[in-house]
Design a protein around this ligand. Structure first.
Ligand code: FMN
Length: 424
């Protein structure tokens, strides 16, 4: 049985699954229930000077029958009194001592940081998370992503927190930047124990086209919000990996953004995260989702011979390279399993209109299985992506006799490239 214990910058939890700072981690009673379901840790809903939230405040991106593949909110930080939050943190730490409680914080002045850090640690926090990511409301008041977008300010406030904290401090980064690397480095330069990413992406989830008002609507006005949920995972994975492979960045990462299954969690861990945080999936389906996540991760680790998370963390990072290092002579072509093909021709349409015109309908009178012109197939994957039948179309490697050659090799030494396809 693999050991699921996670250590993120010295924050120990029985497994790597943490609730992200958000509505599912808003109160002590909720977090106790979450821990009873198996969550390893929880990042408490951000504490600061309590604010008044608006109604309504959430929006969903529904796509062709699937609800909320993306999610948006214009909620701010906690609206509950600080002393109530601190009392509950102490209670949860007492009832569930093995689980990690990380307290998310966002205040303005150095004095406020000093005070709220002390009170969080006195209440029993195992770690702190500095919310430098909220892209709405708080940034207009000089906090949240307004801090996360300015490396010098990020570094300075992180250094204040490190001066006052006796527990590990994670800096939660905003994805609303062109390149995440300088921002991770700034947190590291400020002395952060680790980073967590991503917070939400600045967005407009949609427009009520009859009222002509953005969603979610507060009367007849709205505002940009923060985007999250399954649809943001690719952005989050890229940012996690960009930091994990940066030679100058060497502090732990807690991965966040679109984790909805154990597979998503595995992806983050393989790209360098030592824990993962979940918000939207829990909002949509409840705390119970962690049961499947734990079981799936255990099975995966067993299958791949990982005894603990350290052995697994960052395992896919060496595969992440610059484009100029990819082998231009590597070649795949599509193969269609005629027995599985249902003859829908979705692949033919996609290939003809959206790719390289190498799939064709079968001759009249023959079984409806697309015919591939292998001399033109560039191995782009589009047919496999649109095919509705699992395993019907596969991409197979072909040996074309050309030695590996990258763009960098070709430019520098003129290494030969295989003849181009799809250039007709
Ligand atoms: C309704 C809502 C409220 C949130 N509140 C906070 C917050 O108070 N502090 C914070 O750091 N992040 C907050 N977040 C961001 C989440 O913690 C998380 O970074 C983001 O939702 C991405 O994870 P997900 O794709 O699993 O939802 C909030 C997200 C949502 C949807």
């Amino acid at each position: 049985m693999p050991n699921l214990q996670s250590n993120t910058a010295g924050i120990i939890s029985p497994n790597p699954f943490w609730l992200a700072s958000a509505p599912p981690a808003n109160s002590g009673d909720q977090i106790k229930r979450a821990f009873d379901h198996g969550w390893g840790g929880a990042v408490w809903k951000t504490l600061g000077q309590p604010i008044q939230n608006v109604s309504s405040r959430f929006g969903g991106l529904h796509y062709k029958g699937t609800k909320a593949i993306g999610f948006n909110n214009i909620e701010l930080i906690t609206d509950r009194p600080l002393e109530v939050n601190f009392r509950e943190i102490t209670e949860v730490k007492k009832s569930h001592p093995e689980h990690a409680i990380i307290v998310s914080l966002m205040v303005e002045t150095k004095e406020e940081w000093k005070d709220i850090i002390k009170r969080s640690i006195d209440a029993g926090a195992d770690g702190l998370e500095l919310n430098f990511g909220c892209p709405h409301g708080m940034c207009e008041r000089g906090m949240g992503s307004a801090v996360g977008q300015e490396p010098a300010v990020n570094e300075e406030i992180t250094s204040w927190a490190m001066e006052y904290s006796t527990v590990p401090v994670l800096v939660k980064l905003t994805p609303n930047v062109g390149d995440i690397v300088p921002h991770g480095r700034a947190a590291q330069a400020g002395g952060a124990s680790g980073v967590s990413l991503i917070n939400t992406i600045k967005s407009i989830i949609g427009v009520d086209i009859d009222r002509m008002v953005l969603n979610p609507r507060v009367g007849e006005l709205s505002s940009n919000g923060g985007y999250c949920g399954a649809a943001v995972k690719p952005i989050a994975l890229h940012m996690c990996a960009a930091l994990a492979r940066d030679p100058q960045f060497n502090i732990p990462i807690s991965g966040i953004g679109g984790v909805a299954s154990w597979r998503d969690a595995v992806e983050f861990i393989l790209l360098g995260a030592s824990s993962v945080q979940v918000c939207t999936e829990v909002m949509l389906r409840g705390y119970r989702v962690v049961e499947d996540m734990i079981e799936g991760l255990e099975n995966y680790m067993d299958e791949h011979g990982f005894e603990n998370l350290e052995q697994m963390t960052g395992k896919a990072i060496p595969s992440f390279s610059e484009w100029g290092n990819l082998n231009l002579n590597y070649e795949t072509i599509a193969r269609i399993d005629a027995d599985k093909c249902i003859g829908c021709y979705d692949c033919v349409v996609a290939c003809q209109d959206g790719a390289h015109q190498c799939l064709f309908p079968a001759e009249e009178g023959k079984k409806r299985v697309p015919v591939i012109d292998e001399s033109e197939c560039v191995g782009c994957n589009l047919c496999e992506i649109v095919c509705p039948v699992p395993g019907c179309i596969t991409m197979e490697e072909v040996d074309n006799g050309f030695a590996p050659a990258t763009w960098n090799d070709h430019v520098n030494d003129g290494k030969p490239l295989r003849p181009k396809k799809g250039a007709h």
